[in-house]
Structures are given as C-alpha cells and as structure tokens.
Design a protein around this ligand. Structure first.
Ligand code: AVI
Length: 329
C-alpha cells in the first residue's frame, strides 16, 4: 500500500500508531513525494511542493524583487496590451486560469474582455482560492466566478463548458515542466479548450547573467524559498533537516535553456524523515526545480506540435518575456 493510500484508508491516528509520521491527511502527497524523492538518485523534491503557506508568501516576495523581472514585465505586458488580447480572445469567453494564486494578472484582462461569461480559477490551495474569488466577486459582481480546487498538473474535473473556453496560464509556470511534460500539458489543454484557446506567459532565453541574478537575489529570498522545502519537511513530515547545513544553488544551464535549482549538503550528514534515515554526503545535491526558458520560435513550435495554432505574441522591448495567444482548433 502506498503511503498516500495508507493515510487515506487508515486516517491520521491509525497512521501514527503504525509508526508513520503524523502528517495531516491533506499533506499526504507531499510526504509520499518527499520519501520517494529522497530515495531516488540523484535525490529530488518536486517543485510544486514549494507552495505551502510559507512558500507562497516567499514566492510573493520573489515576485517583488528587483532581480526577478518576470512578474513585473508580464504585468506590464498585460496592462499595455489587454485590449489586443481581449480582441484576440473574443466576446463571451469562459476563462479558466491554471494555478490562479492571487489572481492579480487576470484583472487587466477582465477589465478589457467583452462580456466574459465566467471565470474559473483553478488552484491547489482551497481556502486561499475561495478568499481571492470572494474579493474578485465584489469587484466584478456580474461575472460568474467558480473557483475550482485542484492540482492543474493532474486531471481536474471542470463543469461542462457554458461557452467558448479560454485558458489563462501566466507566470511562465510552463517553464517548470520538463519539455515532454510541457508538451503533454499543452496537448491536454488544446483538447480541453477546443474551439477556444490559451493565453500563456513564457519566459524567454536571454543573457545568462540576467537569469542568474533572478534566481540568486541579493536579499536571499530565493534561497529561503528553496530551503522552505526542508522547513516544510520538518513541519509536516517529522523531519529534522538543519537548514544551515544546506546551501541554495541555482544556475543557468545554456545547453538545456534552463535554470536548475538544488539544495546542496554542506557536509556528510544523516537526516530523519518520517522515521526513515537518509544519508547525505558533503556536496550532494537535492534537485528542486527546473525553470525552462524558450525562444519565441521554439515555444510556437512546441505549441503547434501539441495541437494549437500559434497566433499573436506580445514581448517587451528588451525581449525578456512573452505572452502567446494560441488558438485551439
Ligand atoms: C513559478 N515559477 C514560474 C517560478 C520560476 O521562475 O520558475 C518559480 C521560481 N523559482 C525560483 N524563483 C521563482
């Protein structure tokens, strides 16, 4: 029986009696993934687990850092081109946002769209999503807002479409998928959004020093965001990681067009997670994230190979970031 199934069938108290750590049932995925990732060689933890409450707050701080240009540049692109984007999307659209978070990027679009039929933000964090949806509802009283709690990287059950369905996937989160996963995600989106399309933010290939700075900020927020995975393991998986004994290490790999992020052990050490012991040698790395960068041309080809017809692209004048309108025929 997998750890997830065990938690689901036995419940929290019974699991504790069995000697498993006392993770709340809703965190079962993290505990399973953590144990599986630490058994792997090289060790890894999936980046989607960055975003617990602490991690989401740290990510908000990252988005406001001077070195982290993507949020700023994408918002400026959305604000400056909302009318053209709304024209491409067309009237009466039902907007599905993947991984909605604070839903701040949808506002310029909602203001510009002609009679949007509904807004369906999908996010894994239920309480956060509900409060954001309630705030948005006050500002857009005529809009149907249906928050959907789920992991958009897996199959999420959506209500039957009430009109032309258009996806919104800002932030270049697509870059956190490996290229095969990105293609699979796009192919699934193309099927789901048939007859509509997808508006997607994609970070661009650029001078590696700009990329390096964006993931190695001077204030150390990205390092804290990365190390929060270990802190989360301590909070939720009964682990005893000493955060001072791991370093954040992020660099741009120009051969694979991606930022690679690791946590590197400063010494030989043993760590207990959920009652299991894991050894780390000095210099051993846990992989925590990839953030792929694309050229406009390469992203359009990827989208086309996944079943979309690439249409408009909006880029800032420094060509740091792009937003693509992809039609789903
Ligand atoms: C959410 N995602 C697009 C961010 C990125 O740039 O890949 C996550 C992040 N990791 C470190 N800084 C920001």
């Amino acid at each position: 029986m997998s750890a997830r199934a065990a938690v689901a069938t036995l419940g929290r108290a019974a699991v504790a009696t069995l000697g498993r750590c006392e993770a709340p049932a809703f965190e079962e995925d993290f505990v399973d993934a953590l144990l599986a990732g630490l058994r792997r060689m090289p060790k890894s933890i999936p980046c989607k687990f960055f975003y617990d409450k602490e991690g989401s707050l740290l990510f908000e701080k990252i988005c406001a850092l001077p070195e982290y240009y993507p949020t700023r540049v994408e918002l400026a692109l959305l604000n400056g081109n909302a009318d053209a984007m709304a024209a491409a999307i067309g009237p009466g659209a039902e907007i599905v946002e993947f991984g909605a978070g604070a839903s701040e990027k949808i506002r310029p679009l909602l203001d510009a769209l002609e009679s949007p039929r509904a807004y369906l933000p999908i996010d894994i964090s239920g309480s956060y999503l509900r409060s954001i949806a309630a705030q948005l509802q006050m500002q857009y009283p005529a809009l149907v807002i249906e928050p959907i709690i789920g992991d958009f990287t897996r199959d999420v059950a959506l209500p039957p479409p009430g009109g032309r369905r258009v996806g919104f996937f800002p932030g270049s989160t697509i870059g956190n998928f490996e290229p095969v996963e990105a293609r699979a995600f796009l192919a699934n989106a193309a099927r789901m959004l048939k007859g509509g399309g997808l508006l997607i933010g994609v970070d661009l290939v650029k001078d590696p020093s700009i990329l390096h700075a964006a993931y190695n900020d001077g204030a150390g927020v990205t390092a804290a965001f990365n190390k929060n995975l270990l802190a989360r393991a301590n909070r939720e998986a009964g682990a005893n990681f000493d955060l001072d004994q791991f370093d954040h290490y992020g660099f741009y790999n120009p051969l694979l067009y991606r930022i690679e992020i690791y946590l590197v052990s400063r010494k030989d050490q043993r760590v207990t997670v959920c009652g299991r012991t894991f050894g780390f040698s000095e210099g051993e790395a846990i992989h925590t994230e990839y953030s792929h960068k694309y050229t406009v041309k390469d992203f359009r080809s990827l989208a086309q190979s996944a079943g979309f017809i690439p249409r408009n692209v909006w880029c800032d004048q420094n060509r740091l970031f792009s937003i693509h309108w992809l039609e789903a025929p």
